[in-house]
Ligand binder design. Structure first.
Ligand code: NAD
Length: 504
């Protein structure tokens, strides 16, 4: 029986300095083995909606295909939820919240969250493969990041469920009621966990829609909810198109809506619910600056740059898509970066040695390609390492642009792909000014040896998260969210829970 056993190399690579290299997301820690992963992800030909604890056919009787972006082959048929299904889901959620879930003591709710986390761990291999097939991201990311982090979010929030009095000492904490949630395709399973775990830990019930492109693990997670014995109606999963998301966001039963996706759609939703008293969280786009000073450990910084923009093919809201590099080391950093990119393996995401997998859809690939044309027309210089892409599937080699100015669209707009715009700077003030010169404010990275500079930068950068000498580090205990057009509200940590309750 083929299995998903990643053979970790016995020891991490040793550098010339004699010190072991830090653990990296890409490449180095894995022995080369060209055999793709083939463990059985236990897929069905057709998936239904999950409403009131049952898998049910959509009222319209319509289904849509979910497709593997690495092969362009259909994976399964998914139920296309519409207005009647959304209504049924809200009715079930409302009833569950008022009669069962909202009345359970926190310690009882916690047991369900712990159970969900453990069941997800038990099926981790299966979920990792399904996620890679549905999204195109490399198996080593789904196996080592997406699935374990999703389980970690349920564990973490289970721990809070019976300690809610510590969220806001001196205040009584009450659930909001029913929460409507819509999520994107870049971290399909993890976004489910980010949204559902805090909501139900607080005693709310949920109606959630995954992205149209990546519905598979959302509905597979509903199997876990059923297996965990979660009371019917506590979580309802409606698969379908963006218009179904609009119905979920605008539904009168929703006491709160939580949206993660593009700034463009976020604005449409905000307009549609303006004037209602719904509580809201918006997690939107980003155009993060990853800032490298000349005193930074450059080899480490190069790994951070690679991780910052090529993790998940750059389809990450907080991706370090703008590299601000101090002029005195810019040439060296670019040379080292090019060298590193030549070693990245682009291709079959189910191969555990793959560093850069497939782009989620043809539409997204076309959009990324259009930015390559825009960048070249604007006068920037494009560079890609030589690599052979598979004949089928949606692939894009890692791409860097030099000669980029701040006014270029590739430096201003969210490309959401493996494309890095490199911009030099001279002084700390110039770095801060350039980093903040964006409508977004989700994340930033700072690479320097000086602690005082890290403190100054993290105070002055207008970003929800500032990483110092690292990038793309996540933890359920740590609140995540944006400023400006990157949205409002926080997810994770104590702050994230405050967005799912009322204080009375
Ligand atoms: P998207 O905005 O196109 O879609 C997100 C979700 O909204 C999908 O489920 C989609 O079906 C649904 N949707 C589409 N139109 C809708 C409407 N009118 N009303 C309600 N729902 C609607 O985004 P995407 O392409 O799936 O994801 C990429 C975007 O998500 C990027 O901009 C990225 O930065 C952002 N993102 C942000 C965060 C964060 O935490 N800030 C995290 C991940 C992704």
């Amino acid at each position: 029986m083929p299995t998903l056993t990643a053979k970790k190399s016995k020891r991490p690579p040793v550098r010339a300095s004699g010190r072991a290299a830090p653990a990296l997301i890409f490449g180095d820690l894995w022995e080369f083995d060209p055999a793709p992963e083939t463990a059985d992800p236990k897929l069905k030909a057709r998936y239904e909606l999950f409403i009131d604890g049952q898998f049910v056919a959509p009222a319209s009787g319509n289904y849509f295909d979910t497709v593997n972006p690495a092969t362009e082959q259909k994976i399964a048929e998914m139920a296309l939820g519409g207005a009647a299904d959304v209504d049924a889901a809200y009715r079930a959620a409302d009833k569950a919240q008022k009669t069962v879930w909202g009345k359970l003591p926190g310690r009882e709710r916690a047991k369900y969250l712990y159970r969900i986390a453990r069941l997800l761990q038990d099926r981790a291999r299966e979920f990792a493969i399904a996620e890679t097939m549905d999204n195109g991201k490399p198996i080593k990311e789904t196996r080592d990041f997406d699935v374990p982090m999703a389980a970690a979010h349920f564990f973490y929030h289970a721990g809070w469920a019976d300690k809610l009095e510590y969220i806001a000492p001196g205040r009584r904490v009450a659930p909001l009621g029913v929460v409507g949630q819509v999520i994107p395709w870049n971290f399909p399973l993890l976004m489910m966990a980010w949204k559902i775990a805090p909501a139900i830990a607080m005693g709310n019930c949920v109606v959630i829609k995954p992205a149209t492109n990546t519905p598979l693990n959302a509905i597979k997670l509903a199997e876990i909810f059923q297996d965990a014995g979660l009371p019917p109606g506590v979580v309802n999963v409606i698969t379908g198109p963006g218009s179904t998301g609009g119905l979920i966001m605008a539904h009168p039963t929703a006491a709160k809506i939580a949206f993660t996706g593009s700034t463009e759609v976020g604005k449409v939703i905000l307009r549609s619910v303006a004037g209602s008293d719904k509580k809201m969280t918006m997690e939107l786009g980003g155009k993060a600056a990853n800032i490298v000073f000349d005193d930074a450990p450059l080899d480490q910084a190069v790994e951070g740059i690679v991780n910052g923009i090529f993790f998940n093919q750059g389809q990450v809201c907080c991706a370090g898509s703008r590299l601000l590099v101090q002029e005195s080391v810019a040439e060296r950093v670019v040379a080292k970066l090019k060298n590193r990119l030549r070693a990245l393996r682009v291709g079959n995401p189910l191969d555990k040695n793959t560093d850069v997998g497939a782009i989620v859809s043809r539409g997204q690939l076309d959009s990324i390609r259009s930015y390559l044309d825009i960048g070249v027309k604007e006068g920037a210089e494009l560079w890609q390492p030589p690599c052979r892409l598979p004949a089928k599937g949606f692939y894009m080699p890692p791409t860097i642009f030099t000669g980029v100015s701040q006014s270029h669209r590739i430096a201003r707009e969210e490309i959401f792909g493996p494309v890095l715009a490199i911009i030099p700077f001279r002084t700390v003030e110039e770095a801060i000014e350039k980093a903040n010169n964006t409508p977004y404010g989700l994340s930033a990275g700072v690479w320097t040896d000086k602690g005082s500079r890290i403190l100054k930068m993290s105070t002055e950068l207008k970003a929800g998260v500032v990483w110092a000498n690292t990038f793309n580090q996540f933890d359920p205990t740590s609140p995540f969210g944006g400023y400006k057009e990157s949205g409002f509200g926080r997810e994770g940590g104590r702050q994230g829970l405050l967005d799912y309750c009322k204080l009375v």
